[in-house]
Write a protein that binds this ligand. Sequence first.
Ligand code: FE2
Length: 207
Amino acid sequence: MRLDHIAYRVKNRKETAKFFTNMFGYTLSEEFDINFDDGSSARCCAMSPPEKGNDRCPWVLKGGRRTRPPSPNTVFHLPPEIFISDGDSGSIVGKWVKERGGVGGIHHMAYQVDDISGLVSSWKDSGIKFLSEEIINCPEDDIRQIFTEPLQVSGGVIIELIERGAKGFCTKSVKTLMESTDKGKVEKDSEASYPDTLNWLLGRNGA
Ligand SMILES: [Fe+2]
C-alpha cells in the first residue's frame, strides 16, 4: 500500500501546477479535458514527482511493481503524484470548488493497493460506503479505481482505492469517477458511516 496520488480541485489548475513545479520539482505528465454529457467540462493536470523513474532510487517502481528494499530497515516511499482539476462554474468540479468558498481543496487521496476487489469487499463488510456499485475498470490502461463516499472521519475527504500497472490515468475512468462524485455528500449525521468507530479500530468489529 502506498499513497498513489492527491487530487486537488481548485479555481485555477495552472497556478496550482506551477506551485508544485516551483516548490517541489513536479513535472506535468498528462493534461486533458473531461467533457460531460450536460455540456460542461473539467480540465485536468497530472503531475509526477521528481523521483519517479529515477533508477538510482531504491523505491523506483518497475513495471508497476515495487522493488525490494535494500535492507529490512530501509523505509522507502515514492512521493505521490498530484492530480489537479478545475472546471466551468456549472460543472461538477466548478460547483464543488464554489461550495468551498471558491477556493476548493483536497478532493480525494488515492491509496494504491494490491487487491482492490478483496479490500472493497472487506471495507463494505465494515460498513464503508462507496460512490459506485462496482470498481471502475479500465483494462486498456491496466487500472482499477473506486471512491468511498466523503468520509466524516477524514474530514470529508474521499478515499480512492486504486490498483494499477505502470501506465498513467485513464481519461474514461476519470470521467466516470467524477460523475460518481456528483451525488457524494458528507454524512451530516453525528456518527461515522460504520457502526462503531472505536470498536472497529480496536478490531472488535460487530461488538
Ligand atoms: Fe484519483
